[in-house]
Design a binder for this molecule. Structure first.
Ligand SMILES: [Zn+2]
Length: 61
C-alpha cells in the first residue's frame, strides 16, 4: 500500500481546505408574488410553479 513519504504540515492541509466550504443557497424569484423561493419548487406563498398557469397547490388564505 502506498504511504505518504512526508507529513503534510498543518498549514498545507489547511491551505488546501480553504476551498472546502458550504455554498450559499440558490434562490429564484416567484413570477407571481416575487417571493424569494428555492428553484424547482412550488411557491409556499401563492402555490405557483414555473411556467404553469395558476397555482399547482391552492394558496391557503
Ligand atoms: Zn409565489
Amino acid at each position: 500500500m502506498a504511504v505518504p513519504k512526508r507529513k503534510i504540515s498543518k498549514t498545507r492541509g489547511r491551505k488546501r481546505r480553504t476551498h472546502i466550504r458550504a455554498r450559499s443557497i440558490q434562490t429564484v424569484v416567484c413570477r407571481e408574488c416575487h417571493l424569494s423561493i428555492l428553484p424547482h419548487a412550488v411557491c409556499p406563498r401563492c402555490g405557483h410553479y414555473a411556467r404553469f398557469d395558476g397555482p399547482v397547490v391552492p394558496a391557503n388564505d
